[in-house]
Design a binder for this molecule. Structure first.
Ligand SMILES: *Cc1c(COP(=O)(O)O)cnc(C)c1O
Length: 362
């Protein structure tokens, strides 16, 4: 069956109405290039208002660019970047942070439910201080995490404090930052600069824009020569207004938070429905817009055959189900109904892998 929407990734969704309307509005007449236009200025102003602080803001094309360049701005070639073993920085950026920093080493740590702890960070930073191993340079935390959990403000504060003690700058990968804010019910400042985050990659692509992520320097001194670094990395958009306008559309009346809250709510509905199905185990607490669940392989294959797309990159049979701004209650209920039926009949199912599914997260 051909389905319009599925649960493969929140970046499989289209452009939300607010971002679309802003793009259309920006598409009149001529405007200066390279960020010297009123849309870019307004988007930066709205971001400063949102975070309630004066910060430096740069729009880049992708989340990987924001992460790699944000980290490269604080790491020299002989530094290391401490992050969780499931992090996008380590697994999904093709060595971008290493490349743009000229050689910094990504150092991964395990941590329950996708989170790092202050003890693990301190131990990693202290494990080698000799000349023969890279010097610890940065900590990168992902909020929401790659496993669909969120750090509380206190957890971020404790991690940032550990990083500071060890002489590291703290970067936050916020590809799903909005989902974390919606989940925690806090102000954006409560989980960023107020608790010690120096640099944030703030993403809206997964939450409804077409492209364009914001790299935010709360510590403005770190952005001193960033203009050049960004241009050299080919991230300075000539028609910048079209990266910035969707941000205005999303931030001016709170659509960024509404859409994230909706995606979280759909994931909560999905998690509730799945918990009721006999034999289905949630792998992680559901805290943002993703549900991680263990399913029998034949059931995974049968769901794929029925047109449900989702990825299974967590061990052998762990599935990730992502909800987005446009996921509907019917999508969730239809999926749960199919899964209920397949679980009840699973003895009769044979494993028959459907094409094109598997590892390709985020
Ligand atoms: C999607 C995502 C990114 C950004 O990915 P791009 O494809 O480069 O835009 C970064 N971090 C996380 C955790 C993500 O899920």
């Amino acid at each position: 069956m051909k389905r319009v929407r599925h649960f493969a990734s929140d970046n499989n969704s289209g452009i939300c109405p607010e971002a679309w309307a802003a793009l259309e509005e920006a598409n009149h007449g001529h405007a200066s290039g390279y960020g010297e236009d009123k849309w870019t200025q307004k988007a930066c102003r709205l971001i400063r208002d949102l975070f309630e602080t004066d910060c430096e803001v740069f729009f880049v094309f992708t989340g990987s660019a924001a992460n790699a360049l944000g980290l490269a701005s604080v790491c020299r070639s002989y530094h290391s970047i401490i992050c969780h073993e499931t992090s996008h920085v380590q697994n999904d950026e093709c060595g971008g942070p290493e490349f743009f920093s000229g050689g910094a080493k990504v150092q991964t740590l395990p941590g329950k439910d996708g989170r790092l702890t202050p003890d693990a960070i301190l131990a990693a930073a202290a494990s080698r201080r000799d000349l023969h191993f890279p010097k610890s340079g940065a900590l990168s935390l992902t909020q929401s995490t790659e496993l669909g959990t969120v750090y509380s403000p206190a957890q971020i504060k404790a991690n940032c404090r550990a990083a500071k003690k060890a002489g590291l700058k703290t970067h936050m990968d916020g590809a799903r930052f909005s989902n974390a804010v919606a989940s925690l019910g806090v102000l954006p400042k409560d989980i960023t600069w107020k608790v010690g985050v120096d640099i944030l990659s703030f993403g809206l692509t997964k939450n409804g824009t077409h492209a364009g992520e914001a790299l935010i320097f709360f510590d403005k001194t770190l952005a001193r020569e960033f203009d050049w670094q960004n241009k050299q990395a080919a991230q300075l958009a000539s028609k910048m207004r079209f990266l910035a306008a969707p941000w205005v559309g999303m931030l001016k009346d709170g659509a960024w938070l509404r859409h994230a809250a909706h995606a979280n709510k759909m994931a909560a509905r999905l998690a509730r429905a799945l918990k009721k199905i006999k034999g289905v185990e949630l792998l992680m607490p559901r805290q943002a817009n993703g549900v991680f669940v263990e399913l029998p392989l034949p059931v995974i294959d049968a769901l794929h055959t029925r047109g449900w797309h989702f990825y299974t990159f967590i061990g052998e049979s762990g599935a990730r189900l992502m909800c987005s701004w446009d996921t509907t209650q019917e999508d969730v209920d239809d999926f749960a109904a199919d899964l209920t039926e397949l679980m009840a009949n699973r003895k009769n199912l044979k494993t028959k892998p459907a094409k094109g599914q598997g590892r390709k997260p985020h």
